[in-house]
Ligand binder design. Structure first.
Ligand code: GSH
Length: 211
């Protein structure tokens, strides 16, 4: 299975889930500026929308949409408990958070982070709305280690990936101590750390110590 990704983009959610699930994936880096893969393939020929993530299964079928891909990956390894059983109330809660991350966080960040032409007023509107959503998450995480309780799920992989964009845009998370602690808790997970290292977002442990 191939996962088309760009470092730190929303594809990181699928990458994290694949590692947490212990799935073998081939990472294929996409340059979003040129829409070419590292080996020079035209990425529009793989995903006509030009977006990462995309997964190309061993049968050649292409699959897209981060919220769907994390579910698919978790379901390849049900023993990993990254997603509760389909049809359960627990799964409904995970799906609610996936939808929240997709529509309230991911697509609120998008014009600010990915659209070089976005007007200042658009960026400010994004910033304001994200502040409200971060405050809501902060209240929720006061009593819960992860979004749906004590266990890390695919919703956390997606939320972590998107809230992590705050670093790229220099959004200060210190007003949200529970959200900050949640981000640190997830970053410290060995498989998450591996994914961050593989995408060049953090240095290897010995380099971090030396820095
Ligand atoms: N609806 C898609 C959106 C994916 C998306 O926004 N991908 C971004 C990276 S996080 C992208 O490829 N942006 C390039 C662009 O906007 O042209 C999904 O949820 O997977």
């Amino acid at each position: 299975m191939k996962l088309y990704y760009s470092p730190g983009a929303c594809s990181l959610a699928a990458h994290i889930v694949a590692r947490e699930a212990g799935l073998a994936i081939d990472l294929v880096r996409v340059d979003l500026a040129s829409r070419r893969t590292k080996t020079g393939e035209d990425y529009f020929a793989i995903n006509p929308r030009g977006y990462v993530p995309a997964i190309v299964d061993d049968d050649g079928e292409v699959h897209t949409e981060a919220a769907a891909l994390v579910q698919y990956l978790a379901e390849q390894a049900p023993q990993s408990d990254l997603a509760p059983p389909i049809g359960s109330k627990e799964r409904l809660r995970v799906n609610q958070w996936l939808a929240f991350v997709a529509s309230e966080l991911h697509k609120t960040f998008s014009p600010w982070l990915w659209d070089a032409q976005a007007a200042e007023s658009t960026k400010q509107a994004s910033h304001g709305k994200l502040g409200l959503r971060f405050a809501e998450l902060d209240r929720h995480l006061a009593t819960s280690a992860y979004l749906t309780g004590d266990a890390f799920t695919i919703a956390d992989a997606y939320a972590f990936t998107i809230v992590n964009w705050s670093n790229f845009l220099k959004i200060d998370l210190t007003p949200y101590p529970n959200l900050s602690a949640y981000m640190a808790r997830i970053a410290a997970r060995p498989k998450v750390h591996e994914a961050l290292m593989a995408e060049g977002l953090v240095a290897a442990a010995h380099e971090e110590t030396a820095a």
